[in-house]
Design a protein around this ligand. Structure first.
Ligand code: FHN
Length: 699
């Protein structure tokens, strides 16, 4: 009997929960109790307020790599800020670039003014990138700007220019360091001996430099990066976050300080991973994040972070403005990058785009700064950003990218009445008020005759009270599978709409069953469809979910069972869990719980766990499998969670009905390179999501 499995990929959310005291707290620091780390939600909001209000910042990647600029030994190699790694340059051959660093055209005030005029509120500059070169005179290393022909304190001069112009200075700092002798792992071609290397001495060096940076330049954000090599652990990340927040309680720290980032998607996994905001890179989340999660997309203007003269793939200004608007409409910040050349000049193409963005921001900045996420799930003609008004009303900024052929923009499901001045053009309020009509649950605004949207034309609409938008109702049910019966509930954004539903998969109509306040009992498999109705007309989209009545997976009888699972380890560079099924184990043993305590080496290995899982009672069980890299969880002949493949931290869920008793278990996992993690949790009748206790694992 194949049990019915529903596989669900779980969204991950940033958590700021401060985990309980543990041994990772540095002994040389004052005890944590009462320190700024244990902040209330209100204190957290206060700390994040300027950052959330800013919405738009300038990223600057600058260092020795601007000298080669993607060329090495007369050859165009690419690599930009990664050139040491991409071209496999020995540190002894790379570090002498220090003697060539003389950016005579460096003008911090010019940089700051270009950012400010573009409507940017903060600057994040690389204090130290992966090559280990420091853009400030550090007491802790000679591999810094002081040892160059230029000799000036670049960060100090930039900090002063920022202060003078009200721009917030923030610092990018790389954990990974390809030239520092104590940093591990070495690059494969770096034959400097590593036996004398002391990684924790490197961490102390990094903390010492961060203390210098905080003391001298008071960065408002510490933007960590390079956290993905296995030598940097979750414990190191927690300790570093707490360290910098203790030396400067107001500092904001991104999620790359710790190891909970989900790859380039940038979100932070649940479970106490540190970081005040998520960091999607070169991508914008399709639908934004769960409301209230702080995140910032960082992106290049061309394709390179560091300077490369031949990289002319610059994004058009219209694209950059619309990315800023799209990100803001999803509740995020936009960190847009420039890579200055070896003389300290921004590329002309970057200068032009910053100026053109500034032209748009000159007129429309209020639709970006201080606004928050849209109240609509999708708008055919553009985006929406909004702000709260003092009197409890809300102001909607309607960003029209494409003028609809109907000559009006439709606001689907917006139940609020217009307030204040109604609707008008932000760029020219005299062109108004624009005609507003209610069409059922929708509002429509007629555009000025002949209006051409251009890059983005912003309409303003004030509404009474916080936005109430009716879209699809939510269908509330415990799990998509059930044994005897389950209960079904419905909810919508407003009680001014009716919810009607069907159980046979047909589209709800005005004559379909009306959802009441009490739950609906379901005893047979059903395909539920639900829709909102306003004044007798359907509004918003249809919500649907399939409910399956299933039989539990039968338990097996065994003569004896002992505590613990059997494990085997397998060596090799795998890309899928199936790759090691037939490889002779390199070791084997018994484990009381599912973890990586038996891993044979940092990278390129597989582990198989086999045994039995004891279900305490018959019922529906949900399993959460979070791994980096791939994994697969099987009970009996059912694949409960398939989280296979080469990927960074990723959590997937699966649901299965189990009979009380023992079920054959197999969990396969493999690690490629970089971070590694394997976390299996379950929830079931009478207990919430939690790690599987050793008592439930047998063999
Ligand atoms: O390796 C770095 C890269 O050089 C650059 O700094 C980007 C910017 O976020 N971060 C890392 C790649 O994810």
């Amino acid at each position: 009997m194949i049990a019915t499995i529903i596989s669900i990929v779980t969204a991950v959310a940033t958590t700021n929960a401060v985990p309980p005291e543990s041994t990772w707290w540095p002994s040389d620091l004052p005890p944590r109790v009462g320190t700024p780390l244990v902040e209330t939600d209100e204190q957290h909001d206060d700390r994040m307020a300027w950052w959330r209000e800013s919405r738009f910042g300038l990223f600057i990647h600058w260092g020795l790599y601007a000298i080669p600029g993607g060329y090495w030994e007369g050859r165009r190699t690419g690599g930009a800020e990664w050139i040491l790694n991409s071209v496999k340059i020995h540190p002894d051959d790379y570090m002498p670039l220090q003697q060539q660093f003389d950016p005579v055209d460096f003008d911090p005030m010019q940089w700051v003014m270009m950012a400010k005029n573009a409507g940017m509120k903060y600057i994040v500059i690389t204090s130290k990138h992966h090559d280990g070169f420091c853009l400030w005179p550090s007491e802790l290393t000679d591999f810094d700007v002081e040892g160059t022909p230029f000799g000036r304190d670049i960060l100090g001069e930039l900090a002063e220019a920022c202060r003078n112009e009200g721009i917030v200075l923030c610092l990018y700092h790389s954990i990974m360091d390809w030239t520092r002798p104590d940093y591990l792992p070495r690059r494969a071609w770096d034959d400097r001996p590593s036996d004398g290397a002391d990684y924790q001495r490197y961490v102390a060096y990094m903390k010492g430099q961060l203390q210098e940076l905080v003391d001298r330049y008071q960065p408002a954000v510490l933007w960590f990066d390079g956290e993905w090599e296995g030598t940097w652990t979750h414990e190191d990340g927690q300790a570093m976050y707490d360290f910098v927040r203790t030396i400067d309680p107001a500092v904001i720290v991104n999620n790359r300080v710790d190891t909970g980032r989900t790859g380039m998607a940038g979100l932070t996994r649940s479970g106490g991973y540190r970081g005040d905001f998520g960091t999607p890179e070169q991508e914008i989340p399709a639908t934004g994040m769960p409301f209230g999660v702080d995140w910032e997309t960082c992106m290049t203007m061309n394709r390179s972070w560091g300077y490369q003269s031949f990289d002319m793939a610059f994004k058009p200004t219209e694209d950059l403005v619309r990315k800023l608007v799209d990100i803001t409409s999803k509740g995020g910040n936009f960190l847009l990058n420039v890579g200055p050349d070896e003389r300290g000049r921004f590329p002309n193409e970057s200068i032009e785009r910053l100026a053109e963005i500034g032209d748009w921001m000159q007129v429309n900045a209020e639709s970006i700064h201080g606004t928050f996420a849209s109240c609509f799930t999708e708008l055919e003609w553009g985006r929406c950003t909004r702000r709260n008004l003092a009197d409890g009303d809300q102001r909607l900024y309607l960003h029209v990218f494409e003028s609809p052929t109907t000559g009006m923009v439709r606001l689907p499901g917006l139940l609020n009445a217009p307030a204040g001045r109604g609707a008008y053009l932000l760029a020219d309020p005299a062109v108004g008020p624009l005609a507003i009509e209610r069409d059922g649950a929708d509002l429509t605004i007629r555009l000025p005759d002949g209006m051409v949207a251009g890059i983005d034309t912003v309409l303003v609409l004030d509404i009474e009270g916080p936005a109430i938008v009716v879209s699809a109702p939510s269908i509330d049910v415990a799990e998509p599978v059930f044994l005897e019966s389950t209960e079904l509930g419905f909810s919508a954004a407003s009680d001014r709409v009716e919810i009607r539903y069907t159980l046979d998969g047909t589209a709800p109509e005005i004559g379909s069953t009306l959802a009441g306040d009490s739950p609906v009992e379901i005893r047979r498999s059903a395909t539920v469809q639900a829709r909102c109705f306003f004044d007798g007309s359907p509004v918003g989209t249809i919500a649907t979910t399939a409910l399956r009545r299933v039989e539990p997976l039968r338990a097996v009888q065994t003569l004896t069972s002992r505590p613990g699972l059997r494990w085997t380890t397998h060596l090799g560079a795998f890309e899928r869990v199936a790759d090691f099924a037939d490889i002779e184990p390199s070791a084997e043993g018994i484990a009381a719980s599912i973890d990586l305590s038996m891993q044979p080496r940092p990278e390129n290995f597989g582990i198989r766990f086999t045994g039995f899982l004891e279900a305490p009672r018959t019922g529906i069980y949900r399993f959460s499998l979070d791994s980096d890299d791939g994994s697969r969880f099987i009970l009996g002949d059912a694949v409960v969670v398939d989280n296979d493949g080469l990927h960074s931290a990723l959590e997937k869920n699966g649901v299965i009905a189990l009979e009380k008793g023992l079920h054959p278990l197999r969990l396969d996992y493999f690690e490629g390179t970089g971070q590694d993690d394997l976390i299996l949790k379950w929830s079931g009748p009478g207990f919430e999501l939690q790690p599987i206790r050793p008592e439930a694992l047998k063999r």
